[in-house]
Write a protein that binds this ligand. Structure first.
Ligand SMILES: Nc1ncnc2c1ncn2[C@@H]1O[C@H](COP(=O)(O)OP(=O)(O)OP(=O)(O)O)[C@@H](O)[C@H]1O
Ligand SMILES: [Mg+2]
Length: 388
C-alpha cells in the first residue's frame, strides 16, 4: 500500500501545489487522481516516485518511508507512463520496451524476448518491433509506453494522463486494454486524469482534487456519483449523475419474459398464445433465436411467417443479460420503438424481453438495496458494468 500522509508541496516561487494531502492507495487496484488543471495531480504523482520532494509530510510504501530506500530502487519498483508516451525517438520499439530490463543488466536477447512478449500483452503487432516511434500512431505509441513501464514487472504503475492525446475511440480501447491488463497482472496503479468519465470508468477509488492541491473527496466511483461530498464535486461530476451511476448496477436480477418472443416459423396458434400474454408487441426471432424485429400482434395473427418485412419495427441494440448493467438495459429500452429492451445471451440469441416499467422497478430496488443493505448492497455493484 502507498500511504500519503499530510503531504504538502510548496514550490520555491511560493506556489502551493499540494496542500496537506492524505490518501491511502490500496494494493492491486486502480486509484485515480482527478481534478481541474493545476490542482496538483502531477506533483502528487511525482512525489510518489521522488521526482519531486514534499515540503512536509511523508509517503510510505508498504509501511516504510520512501526516503529510506535508494531512489533508483524505488523508481525501479514503479513504472511511469506519461502523455505522448515519452519514447526514445532513436530507439526501435522493441529496444524502447527493453530499456529498463537492459538497465537492470539483462542480456539483450532476454530483454528483447520480454519486450516482444509485452507487445502482445498490450495489443501491439510483432511486426512493429523494428520500427521507430515516429512510424507509429499516437495510440500505438501509448501502448509502447505502457509496455515499457511494465517491462521489469514493477508492482506499482504511475500513469500521468497517459491517454489524453489520442482520439476518443482509441482512448476507449486503451482504457479497456488497461482494465484487462490490470485484471491479469493486479498492479497497484495510480492514474492521473482531468477527465471525470475516464476516472469513473477505470478507477476502483477516485481522489477528486481541487485547485490549491486540496482533496475534495476520496471514494469509489459509485459512491462519488451517489453522494458527492460538496458542490464542487457535484459540479465536477457534471450532469447525468443518476443515469451514469446505473452503470454500477448489474442487470442480473432483471426479470425477463420470453412470452412475447416468437420464432419466424411460429404458426397462428403459437402467435395467439404469445399474444394472450398481453404484451403490446411480439418479438420475432430467426430460426436460431436471434432477434429480427418487433411486430404488432394483429400483423402476425396469421402466423409469424406471414409477417410482411415492412411491418417489422427495429429492435434497436440488445443488451447482454447479466453481463451488462442496468444502464445498458435502460438505454436499450429507451432506444427501442416499443419501449421494451431485448436481452440476448453470449451467442446473440434472445434470452427474453423486458419493459421500461420493469427496468424502472429494478432501478428503484437496486437503489433501495444499496441504501439499506450497506455491505450486502455493495455486492450488486459491478466494475465490469462500468467498463462497457
Ligand atoms: N516546478 C514548478 N515550479 C513552480 N510551480 C509549479 C511547478 N510545477 C508545477 N507548479 C505549479 O503547481 C501547481 C500544480 O501543478 P501540477 O502540474 O501538479 O498540476 P496538475 O493537476 O497536474 O495540472 P494539469 O492537469 O494541467 O496537468 C500549478 O499551479 C503549477 O503551476
Ligand atoms: Mg499534470
Amino acid at each position: 500500500m502507498i500511504q500519503i500522509e499530510s503531504v504538502t508541496k510548496r514550490y520555491p516561487d511560493g506556489t502551493t501545489a499540494v496542500d496537506n494531502l492524505s490518501l491511502d492507495i490500496p494494493d492491486g487496484s486502480i486509484t485515480v487522481l482527478v481534478g481541474p488543471s493545476g490542482c496538483g495531480k502531477t506533483t502528487t504523482l511525482r512525489m510518489v516516485n521522488r521526482m519531486v520532494e514534499p515540503t512536509s509530510g511523508r509517503i510510505l510504501l508498504d509501511g516504510s518511508d520512501i526516503t529510506e530506500q535508494p531512489v533508483n530502487a524505488l523508481r525501479r519498483s514503479m513504472g511511469y507512463v506519461i502523455q505522448n508516451a515519452g519514447l526514445f525517438q532513436h530507439r526501435t520499439i522493441v529496444d524502447n520496451i527493453a530499456t529498463v530490463p537492459r538497465m537492470l543488466g539483462w542480456d539483450r536477447r532476454k530483454a528483447r524476448e520480454r519486450a516482444r512478449e509485452l507487445m502482445g500483452r498490450v495489443g501491439l503487432d510483432e511486426s512493429l518491433a523494428r520500427r521507430y516511434p515516429y512510424q507509429l500512431s499516437g495510440g500505438q505509441q501509448q501502448r509502447v509506453g505502457v509496455a515499457r513501464a511494465l517491462a521489469a514487472d514493477p508492482p506499482v504503475l504511475l500513469m500521468d494522463e497517459p491517454f489524453s492525446a489520442v482520439d476518443p475511440i482509441v482512448r476507449k480501447s486503451l482504457q479497456a486494454e488497461l482494465l484487462r491488463i490490470q485484471q491479469e497482472l493486479g498492479k497497484t496503479i495510480v492514474f492521473v486524469t482531468h477527465d471525470i468519465d475516464e476516472a469513473i470508468k477505470i478507477g476502483d477509488m477516485i481522489a477528486v482534487m481541487r485547485t490549491g492541491g486540496r482533496l475534495a473527496q476520496f471514494a469509489p466511483p459509485d459512491e462519488l456519483l451517489s453522494s458527492p461530498a460538496d458542490a464542487f464535486v457535484e459540479d465536477f461530476l457534471g450532469t447525468d449523475r443518476g443515469i451514469r451511476r446505473l452503470s454500477f448496477f448489474t442487470s442480473d436480477g432483471l426479470q425477463l419474459t420470453a412470452e412475447p418472443v416468437v420464432a419466424v416459423d411460429a404458426d397462428a396458434e403459437q402467435v395467439a398464445r404469445a399474444t394472450a400474454a398481453g404484451s403490446p408487441y411480439l418479438l420475432l426471432t430467426d430460426a436460431e433465436g436471434k432477434p429480427l424485429g418487433w411486430v404488432a400482434p394483429q400483423d402476425a395473427a396469421g402466423g409469424a411467417d406471414k409477417v410482411a418485412v415492412g411491418r417489422l419495427l427495429p429492435y434497436g441494440r440488445p443488451f447482454a443479460a447479466g453481463r451488462e448493467s442496468l444502464r445498458d438495459a435502460l438505454d436499450c429500452a429507451v432506444l427501442s420503438p416499443t419501449g421494451w429492451a431485448v436481452a440476448v445471451d453470449g451467442e446473440g440469441k434472445v434470452a427474453g424481453v423486458v419493459s421500461q416499467e420493469t427496468i424502472g422497478a429494478a432501478i428503484r430496488s437496486a437503489h433501495a438495496e444499496h441504501r439499506d443493505g450497506g455491505g450486502a448492497g455493495r455486492a450488486s455493484i459491478t466494475k465490469a458494468g462500468a467498463a462497457t
